[in-house]
Design a protein around this ligand. Structure first.
Ligand code: ADP
Ligand code: ZN
Ligand code: ZN
Length: 736
């Protein structure tokens, strides 16, 4: 027998199938094996078994060992592998690596096995007096314990803690007890208190309608458009329950950042041991165990971030993508994929349902729902008829004219005071971390920049350092200008760190917490900050977009958006859409319980149309306005943007690769001109990151152009050169 093996080596040169002699091992497709490879040993994935091979006998080598007892890649995942390879142009090994926990490779993490003692069946219903001597109390005790308290068995280590080890040995020798190896699971968040309130409320009419529609469908895609606080999570949980009751399994995806303890608690209390949790903050061992629970069928529900879409559950009944518009669903690193596409594929394979949920769906998703590709379900009101918060638009230009140059408008300052005095809580949103966004010389205009990247540095006061947000490099702060020697150094825009400082000064008795990439660097910091805020140990939470999603703090009555325009002025066709989504999501944190909420949105362009829709909570109005603009300007969903990015330390060499690719694409354009709206090459807006020069080709294609898109991807594949990174992406979330 011969095995077809894909090497676990990430290089395009070895992305092909190697045949090996099974060497007498009982090998199945989907297992991993160790094999001789060149002059070394390598691990590989068996993707097929066959009787014969074209490789000459003297060249064929034997498998050294088998790394798995049973296949770890399911048939479905093999089919997905094919799809991702041909449609997304990803190397097989990169795809296979997505399918299994990283720590499994190289045998770094294994199942923990423990010895389990179980009463042998033939002794279960017998009278113990027949085989236990009178007076052998320890044996009698052990027998009772195993037959009454632990009919499914107990770990030997646990038994030895409370009962006689001698009695157990005796039973094992006589065959009264069987001792086997059992896999033991590391359980993440095992100490999480489980909440009591399970399904004790009536669904609203709208929730009921959504549940019924999803529950009676199969193989369908739904868009659940529900305002913030409308109870989408409840709909998800009931739909999952329904799927389980039909013997199916479920995947629920949320943005990494909203995998809050609150969310975990909800799922744990509803689904108990049926839930596996998959996200990046888990330890390697935990991740591995949760993943195995999916593979073996011990877990039937997966709750996780993006990569949980690859969970090896069998017989999927429903896939849910919450906050579907969130950018974290697009993998921006190799392997690049869009979670929605994978979800759509698995939906079809399993004849399952796919539910996309959001208060602010992406333009593409809503557009496809309007054109019949998804069924629209709506939750138009908050639960218990709570009103959406009042949104006040504050014109910061007017504030400046009145002499208030601070980042806090008078209305926000008095709002904060009122909120704190009333015993409520406030959240302040500013999408800029650090203390000051750039440092500039007032005399000559010098701006401190990173040596390795084409970006300005950000001052961080805690570390008293200038930091590069792209490569993490740190520099000493400037006391004088390195160009002209002047001591007039100006700090740029305020960041979250400075806002937190300013708040502590303005409200000395108030507790202030800050949540951004800097304050959540350590494991568990994220949950700790949210926990403290939830327990009302602080009055104000300041943060970046990390605080925008999913949180449900009943005492938050005021939300301040300090600089709403930040995302508006990015040179990207999606900048208005992002601004709408972000401000609506942040605003949605206010007034979720009995006290009404208020949002103060500070802007320098109060007349921009986007704020009107934010104020009215009018997603559909916004959509209509924006979709018209997209149609006129021919941007997605009315076109496809394919960007090819080439980067490398050697500017000239990278330029050569770019030119090669461009020539090929130009040749394609020659024969298929009608599919192209635009084609050009240029330096990328960020010209250099981590010492690598970046350049790009931008192609805008009509929507009906899958073959041209594929040809562009192929052109990139064919022009790969060692030392230069090059890849294509379609409708990338960042055009920098
Ligand atoms: P969304 O995800 O739509 O923003 P959530 O799912 O967080 O909203 O729901 C907001 C709150 O309302 C949660 O605390 C939830 O437990 C509660 N809730 C959901 N459905 C109902 C209902 N039918 N009746 C009362 N409370 C509900
Ligand atoms: Zn200077
Ligand atoms: Zn840098």
């Amino acid at each position: 027998m011969y095995a077809e093996v894909i090497m676990d080596i990430a290089a395009a040169e070895v992305d092909r199938i190697f045949d090996y002699d099974c060497g007498g091992f009982d090998i199945k497709r989907g297992m991993r094996v160790a094999v001789p490879f060149g002059r070394t040993r390598a691990e590989g994935f068996v993707i097929g078994i066959k009787d014969s091979t074209d490789v000459p006998a003297e060249k064929i080598r034997k498998i050294t060992s088998v790394l798995d007892k049973t296949p770890i890649i399911t048939d479905e995942m093999f089919a997905l592998l094919d799809y991702m390879r041909t449609k997304m142009h990803i190397l097989r090994v990169d795809i296979l690596r997505l399918f299994i926990p990283a720590a499994m490779r190289g045998g770094r993490v294994k199942e923990l096995t423990r010895q389990l003692a179980v009463l042998a069946d033939e002794y279960r219903d017998r009278n113990p007096d027949e085989f236990i001597r009178k007076g052998a109390l320890a044996q009698r005790e052990l027998y009772d314990y195993l037959s009454i308290d632990k009919p499914d068995g107990e770990y030997v280590s646990e038994l030895n803690k409370i009962l006689s080890a001698g009695a157990l040995r005796n039973f094992a020798e006589r065959g009264i007890v069987r001792i086997t190896d059992a896999e033991k699971r590391r359980v993440p968040y095992a100490d999480l208190p489980v909440s009591e309130e399970i399904e004790n409320f009536e669904l609203t009419d709208e929730q009921k309608r959504a549940c019924d529609a999803i529950g009676s469908a199969s193989g369908q895609t739904f868009l659940l458009l529900g305002v913030t606080g409308s109870g989408k999570t409840e709909v998800y949980m009931r739909c999952i329950k329904k799927a389980l009751s039909r013997g199916k399994t479920a995947i629920m995806l949320v943005p990494e950042i909203s995998l809050t303890p609150q969310m975990l608690r909800g799922f744990r209390s509803r689904f108990g041991d049926d839930v596996a949790i998959l996200h990046s903050a888990l330890g390697q061992g935990e991740k591995f165990d949760e993943w195995r629970k999916c593979l073996t069928g011990e877990a039937r529900v997966v709750l996780g971030a993006r990569s949980a879409i690859f969970a090896p559950l069998k017989n999927l009944g429903i896939i849910i993508i919450d906050e579907e518009h969130d950018q974290s669903y697009v993998s921006e690193r190799n392997p690049r994929y869009v979670t929605h596409k994978i979800a759509e594929w698995r939906k079809q394979y399993n004849d399952a349902n796919l539910v996309l949920g959001s208060a602010t769906p992406s333009m593409e998703t809503y557009y496809s729902a309007k054109h019949g590709k998804a069924e629209l379900l709506e939750l138009t009101g908050r639960v218990n008829r709570r009103p959406l918060p009042e949104v006040r638009i504050v014109n910061m230009c007017k504030e400046a004219l009145r002499g208030n140059r601070s980042i806090f408008s008078d209305e926000l300052t008095s709002g904060l005071r009122e909120c704190i005095d009333g015993g409520n809580q406030a959240m302040l949103f500013l999408n800029r971390r650090g203390y000051a966004s750039y440092v500039m010389c007032r005399m000559c205009g010098y701006v401190a920049k990173c040596e390795r990247c084409d970006v300005s540095l950000v001052y961080h006061r805690e570390e008293n350092r200038l930091k590069c947000h792209y490569c993490g490099n740190m520099y000493a702060p400037l006391s004088e200008c390195p160009e002209c020697g002047s001591k007039f150094i100006k700090e740029g825009y305020v960041g979250t760190e400075k806002v937190a400082d300013m708040l502590s000064e303005m409200f000395p008795s108030a507790g202030v917490l800050r949540m951004d990439n800097d304050s959540t660097r350590t494991k568990g910091a994220h949950a700790r900050i949210l926990g403290e805020f939830g327990a009302k140990k602080a009055d104000i939470l300041v943060g970046t977009q990390m605080i925008a999603k999913g949180h449900d703090f009943p005492d938050v009555t005021l939300v301040g958006i300090l600089d709403a325009d930040m995302s508006l002025h990015v040179a990207d066709y999606r900048s208005v859409e992002r601004t709408f989504q972000l401000t609506t999501q942040v605003a949605g944190r206010a007034g979720r319980a009995s006290s009404p909420g208020k949002v103060i949105l500070q802007t320098h362009t109060p007349n921009h149309y986007v704020y009107n829709y934010v104020r009215n909570g009018d997603y559909k109005g916004f959509y209509e306005k924006e979709i018209n603009l997209r149609e006129v300007t021919k941007y997605p969903p009315f076109s496809k943007i394919v960007r090819v990015l080439v980067c490398g330390k050697d500017d000239e060499k990278a330029g050569g690769v770019l030119k090669n690719i461009y020539e090929r694409i130009s040749a394609i354009k020659e024969s298929r001109n009608e599919k192209f709206i635009y084609l050009a090459y240029m330096r990328a807006p960020l010209r250099k990151i981590m010492d690598e020069y970046r350049m790009q080709i931008l192609a805008r294609l009509v929507t009906d152009s899958d073959d041209v898109e594929d040809a562009i991807y192929t052109a990139v594949d064919e022009c790969r050169v060692a030392g230069i990174t090059s890849y294509a992406e379609t409708n990338p979330i960042k055009l920098s």
